[in-house]
Design a binder for this molecule. Structure first.
Ligand SMILES: [Ca+2]
Length: 94
C-alpha cells in the first residue's frame, strides 16, 4: 500500500510538472504573440490613431484581400484586438 501511495504521488507530481511545463510554454507563446502583435501594430500605425487604415495595413505588408476579414466590426479600420485575433486565428490554422 505504501509503495502504491508513493508511486501514485510520484505519478501525480510528474503529471503536475508536465502540466506546468505545458502551461508555461503556452503562457510564453501567448506573451510572444501579444508582444509581436503590439510591435507590428505600433509600427504600422504611422498616424498614431490606434487604428490601422487599409493604406497603413498594406504599407506594413498586410494583404489587402485580408483587410475586410480582419476588420471584424466593419468600421473600415483595424484595431489592435482585431489584428491580435487574426494572428491567433492564423497560428491555430498551422
Ligand atoms: Ca475595425
Amino acid at each position: 500500500m505504501r509503495r502504491f501511495v508513493i508511486a501514485l504521488t510520484a505519478a501525480s507530481l510528474v503529471g503536475l510538472t508536465m502540466a506546468s511545463a505545458a502551461e508555461a510554454r503556452l503562457s510564453r507563446v501567448q506573451t510572444v504573440v501579444l508582444v509581436k502583435t503590439a510591435q507590428k501594430f505600433r509600427a504600422a500605425d504611422t498616424d498614431r490613431s490606434r487604428q490601422l487604415s487599409q493604406a497603413e495595413f498594406t504599407t506594413a505588408g498586410g494583404n489587402a484581400n485580408h483587410f475586410d476579414a480582419i476588420d471584424a466590426n466593419d468600421n473600415g479600420e483595424i484595431g489592435f484586438f482585431e489584428l491580435l485575433r487574426a494572428f491567433v486565428w492564423r497560428i491555430r490554422q498551422r
